[in-house]
Design a binder for this molecule. Structure first.
Ligand code: 13P
Ligand code: SF4
Length: 331
């Protein structure tokens, strides 16, 4: 037998793969296991609808970190991507934190390798480092402050204007913040593949069809998108904007998972996903990492408490400092 087959059959014997489980009612089983294990299910707005529906809490990156910091559950099941579950583990070193698919990473976090970033930081010793939460624990450990798209402005404004700052890893969010705060932060050259996939040409055609629509965008989007957007904000910010606006039609430039909540909250409004360059099927942008989590994987990870997130204790001690600074400033 080949190595992969041996590994697969041993995992099957242990019941981990549960390949033959077609009759399981995953929703019912997940609810049951959550209760038995005193587990909390936290989900990001980009998760598939079925996961958002059964989550105990659905939120943006900041709200999820705040929830993770406060939970009294014994286990955190994180329906999101690796850096989010890792942040939850850093905040809860003694709790079990599981992620349905360990391969659910993030292109933005990957665009900032710790060895290169450490070198970059050494070249600018007089700079403070503010990093977007979409980065690894190693990068957080090299940072002075962590921020998300909903509190970045507040975090940066808390630093004296004449203090030089490095902002990483998202160049689009960084450039937007430089414009908003009047600073000249040094930007790391990273990006999210999903938010850089929108097509201006297709967007202009969409506007011809819907001249009464407003474009709203996540700040990870490129400058030309942000320039024409009526509102720029985090996923929670975009949801609030649509809920509180008198307008009836919106083109939404962020990952398509947000449409589930947006349409549920605003059944009378017309919500259109901003078109992506390559997409000819659903005409929207999906994060392949976020979509790796499924109900079946969620059930299996709750049942077997695997894959669990582990963070080296020394690393966690350093990484929690800038995370706690962010949480303190966000109260
Ligand atoms: P927010 O939910 O904080 O807006 O972040 C969006 C995102 O890209 C998460 O990966
Ligand atoms: Fe990362 Fe972009 Fe996916 Fe968010 S949408 S998890 S930033 S790749």
């Amino acid at each position: 037998m080949k190595t992969l087959e041996i590994a697969k059959s041993s995992l099957e014997k242990k019941g981990y793969l549960d390949i033959e489980t077609p009759d399981i009612d995953y929703v019912k089983e997940i609810q049951k296991l959550k209760k038995e294990k005193n587990a909390v299910l936290l989900a990001h707005y980009y998760q598939i609808d079925e996961i958002q529906e059964i989550a105990d809490f659905v939120g943006d990156s900041l709200a999820l970190a705040q929830k993770a910091a406060k939970t009294d559950a014994d286990m955190i099941v994180f329906a999101g991507v690796h850096f989010m579950a890792e942040t939850a583990k850093i905040l809860n070193p003694t709790k079990k934190v599981v992620l349905p698919d360990l391969l659910a990473g993030c292109s933005l976090a990957d665009s900032c390798p710790p060895d290169r970033f450490s070198e970059f930081k050494k070249q600018h010793p007089d700079h403070l480092v503010v990093t977007y939460i979409n980065c690894s624990a190693e990068i957080k450990a090299l940072s002075d402050y962590v921020c998300t798209s909903s509190n970045a402005r507040k975090i940066i404004d808390s630093i004296p204007q004449d203090q030089p700052v490095i902002f990483a890893p998202d160049r689009n969010l960084g450039a937007y913040l430089n414009k908003e705060t009047g600073r000249n932060m040094l930007l790391w050259d990273g990006a999210c593949i999903v938010h850089e996939a929108f097509s201006m040409e297709k967007l202009l055609n969409l506007f011809k069809e819907h001249p009464d629509a407003e474009l709203i965008a996540h700040p990870e989007s490129e400058a030309h998108m942000l320039k024409v957007a009526k509102y720029i904000g985090s996923t929670a910010g975009l949801l609030n904007y649509v809920k509180n606006s008198d307008k009836k039609k919106f083109i939404v430039a962020t990952e398509a998972g947000i449409l589930f909540q947006m349409m549920q909250e605003n059944p009378e409004k017309h919500i259109i996903p901003a078109p992506a360059e390559e997409d000819n099927t659903c005409a929207c942008s999906e994060c392949a990492f976020m979509k790796m989590n499924t109900l079946k994987k969620l059930y299996l990870c709750l049942k077997h408490e695997l894959p669990s997130i582990e963070v080296d204790a020394e690393l966690a001690k350093k990484a929690i400092i800038p995370i706690n600074r962010m949480l303190e400033l966000s109260k």
